[in-house]
Design a protein around this ligand. Structure first.
Ligand SMILES: [Zn+2]
Length: 76
């Protein structure tokens, strides 16, 4: 799946603060995500992010959509 720093992602399971949304702060083998509800930061293996991701919203977008499998042509 294609993610980049600054993306918002929606997860299958809610954080204890009840938020489903996270901001991507770092990508790699492990992702650093910040909870949109409480601001807490966590490190999560990319495999888990991919497994639990319900939707993504890239910077400049206004709605969540299904994650692309690879980098879309219209993005740098
Ligand atoms: Zn939270």
């Amino acid at each position: 799946m294609y993610f980049e720093v600054g993306d918002k992602i929606k997860m299958k399971k809610a954080h204890p603060c009840k938020s489903f949304e996270w901001t991507v702060l770092r990508v790699g083998i492990d992702f650093r995500l910040q909870c949109s509800g409480c601001g807490r930061q966590v490190m999560i293996p990319r495999t888990l992010v991919e497994k639990n991701c319900r939707g993504v919203m890239h910077s400049g977008e206004t709605q969540f959509h299904r994650p692309e499998q690879k980098k879309p042509d219209n993005r740098e």
